[in-house]
Design a protein around this ligand. Structure first.
Ligand code: GDP
Ligand code: MG
Length: 734
């Protein structure tokens, strides 16, 4: 196998596109081939990720391009368009088609369409280990014969078959004619129509045709895929096509797109019948058994909410000891040391204050939430990788239909739990604009990771024993209100029904450790990057807003404090009509992570906080370092104990130690449990952040929809917090 090196000019270059269904193991295969020296970027003009790797072997340089995972080459999703544009216009030398051997029916549907392009195909029969474990016997020879491709069995996770795969790619590239894909028959009438259409296209376009896969274009023309025709730049005589296909219409009594889909499925099922022998006794597959319960009409939704609850509980149990630890380190020793260091360099007092109170307090309070974000992303990744997320979308499909959307919209919404911004971009997977806008309007009600710090902070102070339940209740409230608002929108701005579609349910699978860590990191790193850039800058800005006009005595009289004072009365009926809370909420418009950072700055720079913090500073730097590592070990232990107690293995509940940071002490004085909950509800619901605004503008070309989201959410937040607070008081809570 080759290594990745600088390109050498005199060597032959082979361009290989790697295509396949989502989850067929493409990324694993490319990582294994390239030793994960990947170039990662975006496909031009879209947010779909582009990965490639250059392998340097003794005979040639091989460029592997990871195409987006797709089930088809239709023009409906961004992924499909990106994949087929690349194949049609860049004309790779060879396609490696990664196929999940445990699910040939679904995977071959794409294979058949790849063959239409006329590019030599090498099938990587991946997950061969699982197919074997299931007792499948796959007749490689007959697949090779029927399709005119080469088939190599691979287990990407164990790097099995990969050398063979590369060798095959090289030999196929040397003899493209010997390995050109077969032209498959879609039935006599379609074949004839395709031939005539191809002739007609050649006639109309003469010379400028030679680089374009003519049969593919002909099939697309029959299907009515006008995007493919447009992109090819070819002239097409539509009335001639209509003439050619009129008898197809008549014969099949259905639109031609479905006719073609049926023809392809027919081919695939024939092929699978030919090439696959399943074990004699058909046992009920594990996946099927699990699905009978998980997708049950009555149990499905309760199981979904229970799974969510478990995720939040585990997230919080695992991360909270580490959060305390980071809190202790940044608020205590770290800010003390940096202040001392800056003073010893003779820097003016205000810069020391800017650094310790602005940067360290602002960014530090946000960094505290790194463990909770990563823990949450880890569990979401696990649910995705295991196959459960797709079931969640399936289970929610019915519910989604009642609000005028289908289950597919639920996927961008689920992404919204991580961050609303990619979720808004992910609405591109939906076919029509109405669905996209409606989904995007509801996405901000999904509680994103940025809101978690606020919940984590407040639940730690007020609801430590029930933190998981309280946070879960907020997430559920967001979902329920999304349903409600969906209903409202469906009755008003967005009348109409969402179309039906078929949802793919991948088999359950234990996600590999590598997959989990990589994707968790991918999801969580944005938070770190934001903390290091955007939030850093905003913390500095907030510091200035809290310290201007210059020489202001009390934070209350600063610009931000005054704005907070103006807004506070409006929040009075919600239980937190204080300028501190109002000022924090104002900065949250920029990004919700900043709320906690601002609170950190406001409260800890105040005299009240100084009293609370002062008492705990003593000891040499050496002892402090020892304490830091000792408390880390303690955090690991606590985290483990928490997890076990979740499963009832141990009932060792940990008391929240009273010497936590100064901010927590202060919050106890400023809020009651009821007003804290009301505050969290408000943070959950009020206006989406600026970054979401930009995403919505980019996607829909107007500020209008963000304006609507801004207005309805802020109203909703106020009403919901009002109901919670006033209702709670009526019920006698405090
Ligand atoms: P992609 O969506 O096609 O890029 O798929 P990934 O590379 O992300 O793989 C999806 C999942 O399948 C991961 O959990 C992999 O670890 C797992 N996987 C990939 N190849 C194999 C294989 O050959 N055998 C088994 N058992 N699992 C595999
Ligand atoms: Mg992938």
């Amino acid at each position: 196998m080759g290594s990745v090196d600088q390109g050498e000019p005199n060597k032959k270059k082979i361009v290989v596109a790697v295509a396949g269904n989502p989850n067929s193991g493409k990324s694993t295969l490319i990582n294994a081939l390239s030793g994960s020296r990947l170039n990662v970027g975006n496909w031009p003009g879209v947010t779909v990720e582009k990965k490639s790797a250059l392998l340097n072997t003794s005979e040639a340089e091989i460029l592997l391009v990871d195409l987006p995972g797709t089930y088809s080459l239709s023009p409906y999703t961004q992924e499909e368009i990106v994949a087929r544009d690349y194949l049609v216009h860049e004309k790779p030398d060879v396609i490696i088609n990664v196929v999940d051997a445990t699910n040939l029916e679904r995977n071959f549907y794409l294979t058949i369409q790849l063959l239409e392009l006329g590019i030599p195909v090498v099938v990587a029969m991946n997950m061969y280990d699982e197919a074997k474990a299931k007792g499948f016997r796959i007749d490689k020879k007959s697949i090779e014969e029927i399709l005119g491709v080469r088939v190599i069995n691979t287990v990407a996770t164990r790097k099995e078959g990969l050398d063979d795969l590369l060798d095959t790619v090289k030999s196929v590239e040397l003899n493209p004619d010997k390995f050109s894909p077969k032209i498959l028959s879609y039935g006599a009438d379609i074949d004839a129509a395709a031939l005539k259409t191809a002739e007609m296209i050649e006639e109309v376009n003469h010379q400028n045709i030679k680089d374009i896969p003519i049969r593919w274009i002909a099939l697309k023309a029959i299907e009515g895929d006008s995007k493919a025709i447009e992109d090819s730049g070819l002239k097409i005589d539509n009335s001639a096509i209509e003439h050619i296909t009129s008898h197809l219409h008549a014969a099949h009594d259905s639109d031609l797109e479905s006719v073609m889909a049926d023809a392809r499925y027919g081919l695939v099922s024939g092929l699978v019948r030919e090439a696959l022998v399943r074990p004699g006794v058909q046992r009920v597959e594990l996946t099927e058994k699990i699905d009978r319960v998980v997708l049950n009409k009555y149990l499905g939704i309760p199981i979904f909410f229970a799974a969510m609850w478990l995720v939040f509980k585990l997230t919080f149990d695992i991360s909270s000891p580490f959060m305390d630890w980071i809190d202790g380190v940044t608020a205590g020793p770290f800010s003390k040391w940096s202040a001392a260091a800056m003073q010893s360099f003779g820097l003016p007092d205000w810069t020391v204050s800017l650094f310790t109170e602005g940067v360290v307090a602002g960014v530090g309070f946000v960094l505290v939430f790194v463990p909770v974000i990563f823990a949450m992303m880890f569990f979401i990744t696990f649910l995705e990788g295991s196959g459960y997320m797709a079931r969640a979308a399936f289970v929610m499909d019915k519910a989604m239909h009642t609000i005028g959307l289908h289950g597919k919209s639920f996927i961008p919404m689920l992404l919204g739990f991580g961050c609303n911004v990619p979720a808004v971009y992910a609405t591109r997977m939906l076919e029509n604009k109405r669905d996209r806008i409606l989904t995007a309007l509801l996405i901000p009600l999904m509680s994103c990771g940025a809101r978690l710090p606020v919940y984590a902070l407040f639940t730690a102070v007020f609801f430590s024993a029930y933190a998981g339940v309280v946070i879960w209740s907020l997430y559920v409230m967001g979902i329920l209100l999304a349903v409600l608002m969906g209903l409202v929108f469906k009755k008003t701005l967005f009348r109409g029904e969402a179309p039906m579609f078929i949802m793919e349910l991948p088999p359950y699978r234990m996600p590999s450790f590598r997959n989990l860590t990589v994707h968790t990191w991918e999801k969580g790193k944005h938070f770190l990057v934001k903390a290091g850039t955007y939030i850093l800058a905003m913390s500095v800005l907030v510091w200035f807003l809290l310290n201007l006009p210059w020489g202001v005595e009390h934070k209350k009289d600063s610009f931000l404090g005054r704005a907070g004072q103006v807004a506070a009365p409006a929040l009075e009926p919600l239980g937190f009509g204080k300028w501190e809370a109002a000022s924090s909420l104002i900065t949250g418009v920029i990004a919700k992570e900043i709320i906690v950072g601002t609170m950190g700055e406001i409260y800890t720079t105040d005299e009240r906080a100084n009293d609370a913090v002062k008492s705990e500073n003593a000891g040499s730097a050496y002892n402090e370092l020892k304490d830091i590592s000792a408390s880390f070990v303690k955090a690991v232990k606590e985290s483990a104990i928490n997890v076990f107690s979740t499963f009832g293995i141990s009932s060792l509940a940990l008391e929240d130690d009273e010497d936590a940071g100064g901010l927590k002490q202060l919050l106890k004085k400023e809020f009651t449990p009821l007003s804290a909950y009301s505050f969290m509800v408000f943070v959950l619901l009020y206006m989406p952040c600026m970054v979401v605004a930009i995403a919505m503008k980019q996607e829909f070309g107007t500020w209008k929809w963000y304006g609507l989201a801004f207005a309805y959410q802020t109203a909703l937040a106020w009403i919901a917090a009002f109901v919670v607070y006033q209702g709670g008081r009526l019920l006698g809570f405090e």
